[in-house]
Design a protein around this ligand. Sequence first.
Ligand code: BGC
Length: 737
Amino acid sequence: MEYKQLEHLLHNMSLEEKVGQMVQLPAGMIAKEGVITGQIDNLHLPKEQKALIGSVLGLTGAKDLREMQENFMAEHPHHIPLLLMYDVINGMETIFPIPLGQGCTFSPELVEQAARVAAKEATASGLHVTFSPMLDLVRDARWGRVMESTGEDPYLNAELGKAMVRGYQGSGKGETLDLTKEGNIAGCVKHFAAYGAPLGGREYENVELSERTLREDYFPAYQAAIEEGCVMVMTSFNTLNRIPSSGNKWLMRKVLREEMGFEGLLISDYSAVDEMINHGIAADSREAAKLAILAGVDMDMVSNAYIRYLAELVRSGEVEERLVDEGCMRVLKLKNDLGLFENPFKDGSVEKEQEVLLCREHRSLARDMAAKSFVLLKNEDILPLKKNANSKVALIGPYADTVEMYGAWSFPKKPELSVTIKQGMEAKGVELVAAKGCFMQDEDKQAKVGQKDTYTKEELEALMKQAVEAAVSAETVVLCLGEHREYTGEGGSRADITLPKHQMELLHKVAKVNKNIVTVVFSGRPVVIPEVVENSKAVLMVWMPGTEGGNAVADVLYGDVMPEGKLSMCLPRSVGQVPIFYNKFRTGRPNEEGTRVGFIHGYIDESIYPLYPFGYGLTYTSFGYSEVTLSKETMAKEEILTATVTVSNTGKREAVETVQLYLTDVKGSVVRPVKMLKGFQKVSLKPGECKRVQFEITEEMLRFYTIDMEYVSEPGEFYVWIGSDSDTKNKASFRLV
Ligand code: BGC
């Protein structure tokens, strides 16, 4: 449709019809039951009103969605199609690693490909929009939704966020944005803004951040994805400095629209508009609707507010009709950009679903990506395992033979088609004895939703006994431990981020009879595992690896694929260290050692350093780094400086290293972070091979919000660090003049 025709359509719509476009309801209220995460059942709306809505969320499947679209359009006065949305976070039916694991790949290429696959499967299932990428910066491992973020670093999040947008919307290299094309889905950047920083890591808690911190650390990833062309943005649940995002005019109209130049559709989060009543800034739903529309929210996800009160607010003169026209037009425009007026089902087709969902190509990418998201934390000459006859393995633990490895935000309809670790290991043709050892959850600490583990003491003891016997009979133990997938995700905050106590008991029992332990840790967050590390010869973090998790774990354990993941969040030593992140600020009483007590920075009873830093990860070879050399010692603002290192493979296996560039601004008008990631490159090296790796440093990379809140660089000294993690000591320095 031409833009003029859209204007004509808008012109011919009644106020109620226009408001209707700005409303999204859950599928359960329109047709079938969908995923419900909030309170919505108090919405008793007349049928005529429901018949005018603009969008539905939470239902998938080409057949059901086609039927719903057909019925809906037949009744709508202008036959306007619905926008169909869903949370396709780390895959639709082929499940990829959770985003936190995807962050550990440090690979925009892989992340883009995974998003592309998710988009193909989602559109075949009849969807038009995915509520992804989630680009909240996360620094507090207690918060359950860290799993849905790519981690603690603004630069990495921005690079991977852009990759997701390209993958979803099909705007990769050389392609211009065309959402009508088959396989392209609209993306939605969320949760604007700073949902990832709730106090104490408590879900839905207030966020207090200075404007400088917001602009410097929290906004860049959202902004990058918007600049990459993402067509939708979602508000966040949290209050930001005392103002709920869905009613925050400054945040939405000034920052998002004016400064970031976002022209697409802004949707509230699930019932977030009405939640302003609970926040205590709206007296009732009517006032909440008013606050939201004035702040610029175009679509109200699921609350009572717009559908009930927006038209009335316009009639009473409290809200200008122009604001409704603006919001409605953005909805119509997105429908038009997706080609829905011509083809309301987009790519949804049962045949297509059969062809693409879980197809071989998609599974193979999921396997590859999962393997590359694993982070090898420790290896005392035990990995890779050998496949020969006299190296029997005891595969032990609650994660040894389960398909529940897809994280908290994936809803595969056929999870039974996933590969368990046991199946993956068996496919390698090795001798194996498997034992569950204990239940996934302690009886007194169950996951937020889903299956509970109930058992007697005797049942638990019997499992432990079997596991110990298995460990005695084998050369090596592969111990699969971790937190339940529903210990994370929305509503999944934890105050204690250790592993369940029965699992730790299992570890100690096994360690008494067999020292050759390789522990594989499953989790949706950085967990506290010093004891696991101490009692294991090798530790592999595999997050929630998805559909092909079992094959990928076996690939890495047996060295068919070399591990190459690097931590996208620090691993804390204890929960008391949280929040802990690498790009912190210098203090007035530095504590290099990290553990000394006295009147210096830190704790009496804990180190200031994490167990493993951001960017850390080993593989089955070792790398050497030359000193950093710079093309010049001084740099004028318009110049480009080159920083070079030579990286060599000093071990015996070919492998990939992620070479990381960090910068430090030695002195600024405000305190600057100790280090900031500004680049990374992957290099593949054969044993004995050396490669030169170069990074360009431009003045733009040195800018920050100065004491006067100007985004500029300040002349002076800078350190350039290049190494294999954020703790690298390999440094050179230059002066910006
Ligand atoms: C979550 C969003 C999600 C939405 C729709 C909310 O509860 O915060 O991330 O996209 O539900 O399912």
